[in-house]
Design a protein around this ligand. Sequence first.
Ligand SMILES: [Zn+2]
Length: 445
Amino acid sequence: MKCATRLIFIFGLGALPIFSAAQARPFPSPDVQQIYQRLLPQIEKIPAFDHHAHPGFADDPDIDAMASAPDTSLPVRTRDDNPELIAAAKALFGYPYNDLSAEHAKWLVAKKAELKKQYPGTAYFNMILDKINSESSVANRAMMADYLDPKRFPWVFFADSFMWPFNNERESARNPDEEVYIPLQEKMLHRWMQQEKVGKLPATLADYLKFVTQVLEENSRRGGIAMKFEVAYFRPTTFGDPPRSQAEEIYERYAAGGVPSEKEYRTFQDYIFRYLVQESGRLHLPVHIHTAAGIGNYFNFSESNVMNLESVLRDPRYASTTFVMIHGGYPLEREAIWLAAMKNVYLDSSLGELVQYPSAFKDTLKMWLETFPDKVTFGTDCFPYNQVLGSEESYWLGVQSARTALTAALAEMVSENEITEARALEMAHAYLHDTAVKLYEGRVH
Ligand SMILES: [Zn+2]
């Protein structure tokens, strides 16, 4: 009652001139197309910061710390026969054909080879970013490539492998997907051990944690701006909160050999995950977490969906850790936006703009921008498709889809009297660039 009275009082005084003088209406007026046409060229001019991407050439094994599972069913728009990729090749490379027959594909391969000579070293991918008006793009990769300019491609490294240090026989045998994924985690852990000149697993948990921290610090020195988890592919994302003594006991029992039970392994991982989250806050390395449905036949969405992370995200012990929900929880993006009510939680929209067509992605963005507009960031999740269609075409499709869907969402919001055009452009700058850049304290631009 008291609150209601106060609200009326404030509105009555006109003390809340939100963004628009008139009341919002539930449908766009006939001017929505004109607003879209006015906003689009301005939004196309905003240099973007791509908050999640896997740039690189198709034959580069470091593009990700994992690989595609066998015989996976990809949603239709993300397949390599999406005709929009021909439009991408036309826009980027002047591809003269309307199909990708084997004969015609040769033209595209040759054209890219010629451009790589013309733009040697890091110049090639910088040129691609220039063409799509991206100022910088995160390179979420196992390791950085010498052909990516670190000034424009800040590195986000993977932190999952620290959770799989033991004999992984049982883990790999769970299903054909894990048979591919888990050995790659072992490989990643070995690379970190080589980097720190650690010959074998330390005997105590204390020393193991010291090694983990060393890797994080070294990666930060090497230009890493955040740590990424794709843990949803490997185990459920409900994390328990075991005491250190329990993790210690398990570690010391299995560091030298032996196969832990599933329960023991999960308990140990719960402890390591929370340790990494805590270190992330201390070292100013935001945590990026894959939160969408995933590829493969055995990705268990009910065990690994974004809402399972709530007990970690809303834990006051981690208030100094910045969390970025990569892929915004898709297809639970409606629920996920409420996680951004936490001051330290952000949503990245990458993949959403590739897996959905702009008409559907527009609705996702609109709902997010109407809820926590200052907590959502743009990303493409670009990835090479095959030897012909690379991360270049994927970048183009992601950026084009996101810019048009964003413009359509904002045009509707303006037309429905929710915001002014000036506010729409502010929101566009925030989503495409400013909000993400602010998370890295001057390390990216
Ligand atoms: Zn990704």
